[in-house]
Design a protein around this ligand. Sequence first.
Ligand code: SF4
Length: 338
Amino acid sequence: MHEARLWEKAAEGRAHCRLCSHFCRIGDNERGQCGVRENHAGTLFTLVYDRVAAANLDPVEKKPLYHFLPGTMTFSFGTPGCNFACSFCQNASLSQPPRSGARIAGHPASPESLLAAALECGAQSISYTYSEPTIFFELVQDTAALARARGLKNILVSNGFMSRFCLEELDGLIDAANIDLKAFSEDFYRERCAARLAPVLENLKRIKAMGWWLEVTTLLIPGLNDSDRELADIAGFIAAELGPDTPWHISRFHPQHKLQDRPPTPLERLEAAAEAGARAGLHYVYVGNVPGNDHGHTLCPSCRKVVLGRRGFELTKIALKDGRCTHCGATVAGVGLP
Ligand code: SF4
């Protein structure tokens, strides 16, 4: 076990965790909501500093990040655990067991071994992903510092429910983030995720202000978050608060975990979401989890011609030079664009 960071002692031997917006107060021999931070005799420990549950070399487009070092590979890993309990979780076998007190599974790992693995496979970045990187913050912080010193970029793929203290600690270490905006209602976040919307909205604005490259993802679930009103609210928030250059990834739902009573998202609702994005003035709207759809390409914000063509996660066409459209010369937003 490794002593946790971002916590303080509280009354009656409790530990007050300040890592995420649940701000758990944890009694002796108890764990916080995420199930991976435990109080022993008044000291808070993380149970996942040396545990990795999944690690792979992925295209950066799979995070998804479409405007950050496109066409490169990112070494990706995650530990067990999550601070959310989404009924539709796509990685429930990884994220949920610690919440029910299960043994912490995974393979031994360290910041040094993870950096070595990333360098060995030629990755240009490390992605903290798969489960929820907030709950393995200490491992993120130490690995990201090593990676940065060796010239690798750092990517956070998160539900955005970290505390502002956590974000402040990561400032200067993280280069890009994909943050879920799962819905635009507190009811959805409370009933479907055991969390809250407001901290996520605040963190999206903070991340933008901190200067990390930011892309946003919404999994569209039939009947739960795909009304015209909600789509307009999400797209409007991104455009107004994060800026029209912020890419929005709309992802198709397939029955998962506890949410088996709904069909895959109809193509018509995915189209409606893409239209809501365009109406709000977003320059880059993508539809994911739909093989062969036309919404996977990056279009020039000015002439609307394809500047980055994709098939799945693979780049098939590049019509950019120094980040400018080769057709009309307009600038395309992003970091490390061809
Ligand atoms: S990370 Fe969040 S859920 Fe886990 S103990 Fe800390 S405040 Fe609670």
